[in-house]
Design a protein around this ligand. Structure first.
Ligand code: S3P
Length: 166
């Protein structure tokens, strides 16, 4: 069975896509993002799936996409920020090289602001961020073999830190 060389987890807006593409380039392998897989497979945006069907349906779609990508991708894989909410997914990640890209709440608010394309932040981003981080931080930590802080660092510096952590 193939396995990703590295799986990136962490909150939305932390830079998983940018950093993931840089890490893939340096490793000479392909980059894949489960959000992109979902959009391609569903033919609609993530925001539309949330609005049309609600978060539980999105999570079920996401779980399938994540498990499929973990089984078939052998490059760098980035997961959507909430993928680690699923217990089976967390169990599966125990067998992979997972790196958690972290950032603090103020950095998160600064980077994402009020972003309608990110349905979980549509209102009161600072409070939503605080709640999200509190609910998820321990889950990211639980699945990760390494934590890379991104605050005040460029994507290139973060990519290098990920490579150093492998
Ligand atoms: C989500 C993160 C998003 C996307 C969806 C839900 C979350 O992915 O899957 O909007 O629950 O944190 P990114 O982390 O790639 O932005």
């Amino acid at each position: 069975m193939t396995a990703p060389s590295v799986v990136l987890v962490g909150p939305m807006g932390v830079g998983k896509s940018t950093v993931g593409a840089l890490v893939a380039e340096r490793l000479g392998c392909a980059y894949r993002d489960t959000d992109d897989d979902i959009v391609a497979e569903q033919g609609r945006t993530i925001a539309d799936i949330f609005v049309d069907e609600g978060e539980p349906v999105f999570r079920a779609i996401e779980k399938l996409a994540v498990h499929k990508a973990l089984a078939e991708h052998d490059g760098v894989l980035a997961l959507g920020g909430g993928a680690i909410l699923d217990e089976d997914t967390r169990a599966l990640l125990a067998g992979h090289r997972v790196v958690y890209l972290s950032m603090d709440v103020e950095e998160a608010v600064k980077r994402t602001g009020l972003n309608a394309a990110r349905p979980l932040l549509a209102v009161n981003p600072r409070r939503q961020w605080r709640d999200l981080m509190e609910a998820r931080r321990h889950l990211y930590t639980e699945v990760a073999r390494a934590v890379v802080a991104t605050d005040g660092r460029t994507p290139e510096e973060v990519a290098q830190a990920v490579l150093d952590a492998l």
